[in-house]
Write a protein that binds this ligand. Structure first.
Ligand SMILES: C=C1C[C@]23C[C@@]1(O)CC[C@H]2[C@@]12CCC[C@@](C)(C(=O)O1)[C@H]2[C@@H]3C(=O)O
Ligand SMILES: O=C(O)CCC(=O)C(=O)O
Ligand SMILES: [Fe+2]
Length: 346
């Protein structure tokens, strides 16, 4: 029997609502709605062979850490970071809670189903409507506090989950503020300006991702290629690899599992602030047929009213706009947004 079947769900007509993930617990084969064509899901990866190119691994305690971060952001828009200072037990507790959440029944998770208007809770990733095919993924999104959504799922037992989230949120925020400090210094941005982008002028969001075992991984997509709407994003890919980063002129690179490291990537906002000197990393997620994969992601973003514009050149490549306007444009134009706000050269 073919492992690609049509289960009567048509992602265009929306039999499976756009915000609702597939019930992966009852799936033995890939429905047509989740099968991607080879061209969308090219598995050509570059670091399986002899190539010496690899995503940088940076030690936060290295005396040259500022230059290393600057170069990595220019070349890749991403790096792996060791000696990052987030205690191991905080990451482990978050992994346990993430698994506890996604292991619940579909009915239980749907109690916190995110709606189309309000982006927190259980559901598909918000870029889902841009594609005909669905992704092999379920997510849980947290803006500010997880308490309201966690109470819907575990009315009497939400605190352990919320504590795990809060600790990861606080540690990630502090770490990213160090990275902002280093990267702004590298770019020659003043201390005063830096203060505009941290502390009360920032907002944090968390995305927990689950990528169940897939019967035909070469036909499926965990999360399709995208850039993040953040200043920096911090990611723990737990115990199973699957994240890939695109490098110009070289192709897709799988980010290997490195013990005790977190993955950091530059988002669209820092790409704009740096006047395109730093890349906004294009990345995607593949799935596999052996292990269920989970990831935990923290997005460091400006508050909505903050004005985003290049800080480093008198020849700006992007027009100024509020972060709220940027998010609204990305909701409409997705990967075209950066080019729409770019200033045309005469
Ligand atoms: C803070 C956010 C970034 C994000 C949109 C969100 O409001 C919450 C989820 C994030 C995520 C995770 C998966 C990929 C992504 C593009 C998506 O669809 O939802 C990102 C969003 C983003 O960075 O734009
Ligand atoms: O699961 C991963 O490794 C990446 C997830 C991701 O890119 C995201 O949540 O924005
Ligand atoms: Fe991402």
């Amino acid at each position: 029997m073919s492992t690609v079947e049509n289960h009567g769900e048509n992602s265009n007509t929306g039999i499976l609502p756009i915000n609702l993930p597939l019930d992966f617990s009852s799936i033995q084969s890939i429905p047509e709605s989740h099968a991607w064509s080879e061209s969308n899901n090219d598995n050509q990866i570059k670091n399986n062979g002899s190539s010496s190119l690899a995503l940088p691994i940076i030690d936060l305690n290295d005396p040259n850490v500022m230059d290393q971060i600057g170069h990595a952001c220019e070349e890749w828009g991403a790096f792996q970071l060791k000696n990052h200072g987030i205690p191991k037990n905080i990451i482990e507790k978050l992994e346990v809670e993430t698994k506890r959440l996604f292991d619940l029944s579909k009915e239980q998770k749907m109690k916190a189903l995110r709606t189309l208007n309000y982006p927190t809770g259980y559901g598909t990733v918000w870029i889902t409507p841009f594609f005909q095919q669905r992704m092999w993924q379920e997510g849980f999104t947290i803006h500010d506090s997880p308490v309201d959504d966690a109470k819907k799922i575990w009315p009497d037992d939400y605190q352990i989950f919320c504590d795990a989230i809060k600790k990861f949120q606080d540690e990630s925020m502090l770490l990213i503020e160090k990275l902002i400090h280093l990267s702004f210094k590298y770019l020659g941005i003043s201390e005063e300006e830096k203060e505009n982008w941290i502390g009360n002028n920032h907002a944090g969001a968390i995305q927990l991702n689950s990528y169940p075992i897939c019967p035909k991984p070469e036909k499926a997509m965990g999360i399709v290629a995208h850039t993040d709407t953040s200043i920096f994003t911090l990611l723990n890919q737990s115990q199973v690899s699957g994240l890939q980063v695109f490098k110009d002129d070289a192709g897709w690179f799988t980010v290997p599992l490195e013990p005790n490291t977190v993955v950091i990537n530059t988002g669209d906002v820092l790409h704009i602030l740096s006047n395109a000197r730093f890349k906004s990393a294009l990345h995607r997620v593949t799935v596999n047929s052996v292990k269920h994969r989970y990831s935990m992601v923290y997005f460091y973003r400006p508050i909505m009213k903050h004005v985003v514009a290049p800080l480093v050149s008198n020849n700006p490549r992007f027009r100024a706009l509020t972060f709220k306007e940027y998010v609204a444009m990305k909701n409409k134009h997705f990967d075209k947004t950066l080019s729409i706000i770019s200033v045309k050269e005469d």
